[in-house]
Design a protein around this ligand. Structure first.
Ligand code: HEM
Ligand code: HEM
Length: 580
């Protein structure tokens, strides 16, 4: 009896092994993992479009910065921050590539987080049942800016140390109870320690900053897991054409028609990840080579805010001659601090901090303030206006802060730079935005306007330029003014007509066809060509210098290889999965 049982068991294992062999080793592992049974969201064809995967791109840049950050952690010396950062750039193999791409990984992550956020607002993805995703998203945005701020201060250059100085003065200046204690927690012995001749005191400061840098990154990681779990619960927000009403999500039954997560989503995501990583490597390494290069007899000196090289060391003679800029992602705040009240008195630090905190909380609670039950933009004109003004103000204040740092901004200037565009946007959104409320029946029978934030912003900017130039021309008629009026007039016409058409156009973006400009035949041949090119590039990479700034050539090479691989996988996705 026992013998027979043993025999049966053996036969079963043999059968299983045979089965696994015929499946292939890789598939057998996936089968064991149960990839097909995992409760991952199924995706309809039309969602294979970058706009639906922006969060994935943010996550890709996050993972990149974590990998390079862990390598930097092995190399960094808190007691010797600036000198060691220079050593990483100049003496450690591929150190410059790792540090520069860590910095730009963070920069690209910040830009993508903003794009992801605004896209999710305009798509209505914050509405029921995704409110928590929006709330955790805003926390993720704040943490990303925080982690980048602390990372930036780790270098020990004048910009990073100045940023800490401004930050702590702002907090202490609020006079809020406990502000000094909080500053003590955040910055330990403070920036004076950076000047100390005692390495223990110096490391006390940089250790504290490093600690916060890693804590914030860990919090991003934890919160992201939650954010992603929520995303898998309801899937990505369907197109408003498919689901025009709240709550917009596909039921379990509907999902059965769509593509399972494995392998198509994996293939698509891999292609996007590799392309993002490629760009993170290429951009700073190209910039590092541009900086100091002589082009047409002119020596290029990149502005400090985008330069991958550190600024001069804090508290040195060179530092005195450096304009104290904050990191570019806080330039808007830097200008905001220069604002004067209508009576000419500067904004108090307590007002600045209070406005920021309240603004962030309001942004976080948008899903609860704006709860119209239609997914289209014209059902939430007020909030569309708020978000358009927010995008515009972030950009305008950053540019303003860059060109006129520390120059007090009187109320009249604030009204010109921010007030007038805000009014133009309000008028455009109100008058061109169609009727606010429609019944379900009307909605089904009418064309739903489709207006993008870009068309609203574009129209506002060109109208403003046109109005300004026209005003100048009236005051001081001249030929240049007249010549400028024509192209600007054409641009105004272009944007306004686009906006008007947008309001009359239905969202017809549901085609499952690819937007690829090339045919499948071309894609079929392009893949092996890319493979051969990347092998050549790889061999070349091994011959390029590995130490010092010159290693950035290898960085560019690796970036191009990654980007091309990402593109080749994208072509593969197109060939295998996209229907003609
Ligand atoms: C576990 C993850 C991470 C670790 C261990 C880490 C570690 C480090 C270290 C040691 C430095 C100092 C490099 C030097 O000056 O020599 C640094 C710099 C920096 N980190 Fe991270 N980091 C991590 C993730 C991140 C993330 C997720 C971001 C962005 C959100 C970020 C943004 C920055 C920035 C902007 C710098 C300044 C780089 C420069 O100015 O060249 N880091 N990081
Ligand atoms: C570290 C920052 C962030 C990461 C890594 C991240 C990641 C993700 C990922 C992977 C998704 C799944 C869908 C996709 O790939 O787009 C997603 C969806 C979403 N995220 Fe984020 N996110 C971040 C920040 C934000 C912010 C700042 C907001 C808005 C305030 C936000 C709001 C949302 C919403 C509403 C969705 C659902 C989108 C939909 O249903 O189509 N996220 N996020």
């Amino acid at each position: 009896m026992e013998e027979r049982e043993e025999k049966n068991k053996n036969e079963e294992t043999e059968r299983e092994e045979k089965n696994n062999k015929s499946q292939g080793f890789f598939n057998a592992i996936l089968d064991r993992v149960g990839i097909n049974e995992a409760p991952l969201f199924r995706t309809p064809d039309y969602m294979y479009n970058v706009s639906y995967w922006l969060g994935g791109l943010v996550a890709a840049s996050f993972v990149y910065t974590v990998i390079t950050g862990l390598i930097l952690l092995l190399l960094y010396e808190p007691a010797n921050a600036y000198a060691q950062t220079q050593a990483i750039i100049n003496t450690i193999p591929y150190g410059a590539v790792i540090l520069f791409s860590h910095l730009y990984g963070a920069y690209i992550m910040i830009i993508l987080v903003y794009i992801h956020m605004f896209r999710n607002f305009f798509k209505g993805s914050y509405k029921k049942p995704r409110e928590l995703q929006w709330v955790t998203g805003i926390l993720l945005l704040a943490l990303t800016l925080g982690a980048s701020f602390f990372g930036y201060s780790l270098v020990g250059d004048v910009l990073g140390i100045n940023a800490v100085d401004i930050g702590s003065s702002l907090l202490i200046g609020t006079g809020f109870p406990g502000a000094t204690t909080v500053v003590g927690w955040l910055f330990g012995p403070g920036i004076d320690a950076v000047e100390s001749s005692n390495p223990i005191v110096r490391s006390e400061f940089f250790d504290r900053i490093l600690g916060w840098h890693i804590i914030m990154v860990a919090l991003i990681g934890l919160l992201f897991v939650f954010h992603l779990m929520l995303s898998e619960r309801y899937g990505m927000t369907p197109s408003s054409k498919e689901k025009p009403y709240v709550p917009a999500y596909y039921s379990k039954e509907e999902q059965q028609r769509f593509n399972p997560w494995w392998p198509r989503n994996f293939v698509y995501m891999l292609s996007l990840v590799l392309m993002t990583w490629g760009i993170i490597l290429i951009v700073p390494d190209v910039l590092a080579n541009l900086n100091g290069a002589v082009i047409f007899g002119t020596k290029i000196q990149l502005p400090l805010v985008i330069n991958p090289f550190p600024a001069p060391q804090a508290f040195t003679t060179a530092a005195i001659h450096t304009q104290p800029y904050p990191p570019w992602f806080f330039l808007f705040l830097y200008k905001f601090v220069d604002f004067l009240l209508p009576n000419g008195i500067p904004l108090l630090p307590s007002m600045v901090v209070a406005i920021l905190v309240v603004g962030l909380v309001v942004l976080m609670l948008i899903p609860f303030f704006e709860n119209s039950n239609i997914m289209y933009l014209n059902s939430r004109k007020f909030w569309t206006w708020v978000m358009c003004v927010l995008i515009y103000s972030l950009i305008a204040l950053s540019v303003w802060g860059y060109f006129y740092p520390g120059v007090p901004a009187p109320f009249t200037e604030q009204a010109e730079v921010l007030g007038i565009p805000a009014i133009i946007m309000a008028v455009l959104i109100y008058f061109l935005g169609g009727k606010k409320k429609k019944t379900e029946k009307q909605l089904a029978n009418t064309q739903i306007p489709k207006v993008t934030p870009t068309s609203i912003l574009g129209t506002s900017v060109v109208s403003l330029l046109f109005a300004g130039t026209f005003g100048d021309f009236l005051l001081k008629p001249n030929l240049l003014g007249l010549l400028l009026l024509f192209p600007l007039g054409v641009l105004v016409y272009h944007y306004v007509s686009k906006l008007v058409k947008g309001f009359n156009n239905h969202d017809n973006n549901l085609s499952t066809k690819s937007e690829f400009p090339i045919t499948k035949k071309m894609a079929f041949f392009a893949i092996p060509v890319i493979l051969v090119i990347t092998i050549i590039l790889f061999v070349l990479m091994l011959r390029l210098p590995s130490v010092g700034v010159a290693s950035t050539y290898a960085g560019i090479d690796l970036g191009v290889i990654m980007f091309l691989w990402g593109y080749a996988i994208n072509l593969y996705h197109y060939l295998v999965y996209v229907k003609d």
